[in-house]
Design a protein around this ligand. Structure first.
Ligand code: 4NP
Length: 153
């Protein structure tokens, strides 16, 4: 079963949305995956996702209320097949944090969306609800790409 960890900065906005979107798309496609999310930072450890993130997910039928933020740790780079960064800064931080015996494949979330390779998911934290809808659309497109490429493996 493929295992995927999504990583952003705080683990309260973008990566919980990616986690929820992938879980929903995998369920819809009948594909079994292990999914989790984490942050490169620890400021929000133990917190539920931002209310605006919970709101946009709920509007799309996905409940994020049970998720709790945590910081990425060395064992994540061995436990997960894929560690997927939400933006290029997150990816640079992951490369710096990865232990020497890391086995996970590192990528950017939008590398999984044809035509969006190399781009970052903009942090909606400073914006309004409309920004969170953009984030939801991006993480959903990526979730579909991930299910399409990993489904059945
Ligand atoms: P996230 O958004 O990385 O998508 O979870 C952020 C949330 C909080 C902060 C930064 C980014 N913060 O600095 O508190």
């Amino acid at each position: 079963m493929p295992s995927i960890l999504f990583v952003c900065l705080g683990n309260i906005c973008r990566s919980p949305l990616a986690e929820g979107a992938l879980r929903a798309e995998a369920t819809r496609a009948g594909v079994a995956v292990v999914v989790d999310s984490a942050g490169t930072g620890d400021w929000h450890a133990g917190e539920a996702p931002d209310g605006r993130a919970q709101g946009v997910a709920a509007r799309h039928g996905v409940d994020l209320s049970g998720l709790r933020a945590r910081q990425v740790r060395a064992e994540d780079f061995r436990r997960f097949d894929h560690v997927i960064a939400l933006d290029p800064q997150n990816l640079a931080d992951l490369r710096r944090l990865a232990p020497a015996d890391a086995t996970a494949a590192l990528s950017l979330l939008l590398d999984w969306v044809p035509g969006r390779e190399g781009q970052g998911v903009v942090d909606p934290w400073f914006g309004d609800a409309a920004g969170f809808e953009v984030t939801w659309a991006e993480v959903t497109a990526a979730a579909r790409g991930i299910v399409g490429r990993l489904g059945g493996s």
